[in-house]
Design a protein around this ligand. Structure first.
Ligand SMILES: Cc1cc2nc3c(=O)[nH]c(=O)nc-3n(C[C@H](O)[C@H](O)[C@H](O)COP(=O)(O)OP(=O)(O)OC[C@H]3O[C@@H](n4cnc5c(N)ncnc54)[C@H](O)[C@@H]3O)c2cc1C
Length: 394
């Protein structure tokens, strides 16, 4: 039986572990935390991410807990429409899902062939020619035919195999929250749409319907805000006060949502990205290999909501290639398939970052031009990128 060690129990690691196990692999999943824990926020999955999850046979579990996200358009803080909402065929709509629900679907997909070992911090990778790939935590060595590095933006495996790729700050911080229905403000049932200002951005989406007895008990209103600058060191209560100040006067429902948010709902994060991207995502080693997957391969700012979607694409691609070819070939084919794809998405994301971060008086005109004309184009290309991807066919 072929064996794999997957390092990291985030969305990417869980998805690929289940996929390999369902194809008959013996999988060991190593996670440094004492348990596998999702964030109490939500995630938007674009059609490419959904297709990848369906290719991984995880679509059924997801359908029960995901809410389609109707096109709510994009506005400026003065209410001016940058992109008007328009009817979009349902198959092109993204969905929003609570991360805890997505996590449950991925855990259910692990089956009983995955040996889950928590509290293991991988520190080294063995990728010398002629040897079997392996990782180690300083006490044990975990050897396998295939090592999957799904250990996130700070991946120790990537640092050793692709040291040219650095994790750098993207120059902004993000705040997210899910306001449970019982204390969510009374707004139209479906809240969606984005508001973009110079250096600031706010988006919201309904998770399920108020009062519905849907499959998930984690419904509410999810919002995400980003602001140029470093994360705030103050306690959540002060962060919330700052957010209310920064976004005061923005179009509804921003004020209402921030007013209904409690400090304990807030999840703050520094936004980071890989610059440059790794030169390779696949490393043939002896009879097997090592691959980089998810944020370990292509951490990027969340401006287009594609990080998790790409991690699922990676997992679906790898699983499909491993069904078709022998191991070292599949590792090389994975590299060829995934690097241009990730680079294209990262390019669009960086264009969006540049527009959002155009600040200062001298740049005012450029900023307005960017917001008015470039943003709709970037969002159009991003939607096309999301629509285009198809899982590889055997
Ligand atoms: C604010 C924000 C909003 C976002 N919104 C969206 C969105 O709407 N749509 C979307 O598609 N994407 C979104 N993303 C991106 C998405 O969250 C990430 O791309 C995705 O979660 C990456 O998953 P991963 O499994 O690759 O990495 P991670 O989630 O970082 O998981 C890595 C795992 O590896 C473990 N680990 C790390 N090092 C070691 C080690 N040495 N040994 C053992 N274990 C280790 C960690 O503990 C962790 O469990 C967003 C990101 C942010 C920051």
């Amino acid at each position: 039986m072929r064996t794999a060690v997957v390092v990291g129990g985030g969305l990417g690691g869980l998805a690929v572990s289940g996929a390999l196990a369902r194809s008959g692999w013996q999988v060991t999943l190593l996670e440094r935390a004492d348990r596998i824990r999702p964030e109490p926020t939500a995630v938007v999955l674009w059609p490419n991410g959904l297709r990848a999850l369906r290719a991984l046979d995880l679509g059924a579990g997801l359908d029960a807990v995901a809410t389609p996200l109707p096109d709510g358009g994009v506005r400026r803080p003065d209410g001016h429409w940058l992109v008007q909402p328009r009817p979009v065929p349902v198959e092109r709509l993204p969905v929003v899902v609570h991360r805890e629900d997505l996590h449950d679907a991925l855990i259910a997909g692990l089956g009983d062939r995955v040996e889950l070992r928590t509290g293991v911090t991988v520190r080294t990778v063995r990728a010398a020619p002629g040897e079997r790939p392996a990782v180690g935590d300083g006490r044990h060595t975990f050897e396998a035919d295939l090592v999957v590095a799904a250990d996130g933006a700070d991946s120790v495996i990537r640092r050793q195999l692709a040291p040219q790729a650095n994790v750098v700050s993207s120059g902004c911080a993000a705040w997210r929250a899910v306001i449970p229905w019982y204390r969510a403000p009374s707004l139209p049932d479906s809240v969606s749409g984005e508001i973009l200002g110079a250096g600031y951005r706010f988006g919201a989406a309904s998770l399920g319907e108020r009062g519905s007895s849907g499959a998930s008990s984690r419904g509410g209103i999810y919002w995400m805000a980003t602001a140029a600058g470093a994360p705030r060191p103050e306690p959540p209560q002060t962060q919330l006060a700052l957010l209310r100040r920064w976004y005061a006067g923005w179009p509804a429902p921003v004020d209402e949502l921030l007013a209904a948010t409690e400090p304990g709902d807030l999840v703050q994060q520094e936004i980071r990205e890989l610059r440059p991207l790794p030169k390779a995502y696949g490393f043939p080693v002896g009879p097997g290999g090592v691959v980089l997957l998810g944020d370990a391969a292509h951490a990027m700012p969340p401006h287009l909501g594609q990080g998790a979607c790409l991690a699922f694409e990676d997992a679906a691609t790898l699983a499909s290639l491993l069904r078709e070819s022998t191991l070292p070939d599949a590792v090389q084919a994975y590299d060829r398939a995934r690097r241009p794809r990730a680079a294209a998405v990262v390019r669009q994301t960086r264009r969006m970052s540049a527009v959002l971060q155009t600040r200062g008086r001298l740049a005012l005109r450029a900023r307005d031009a960017a917001l008015n004309t470039i943003t709709p184009r970037i969002l159009g290309s991003a939607a096309a990128i999301a629509a285009q991807w198809r899982p590889p066919t055997p």
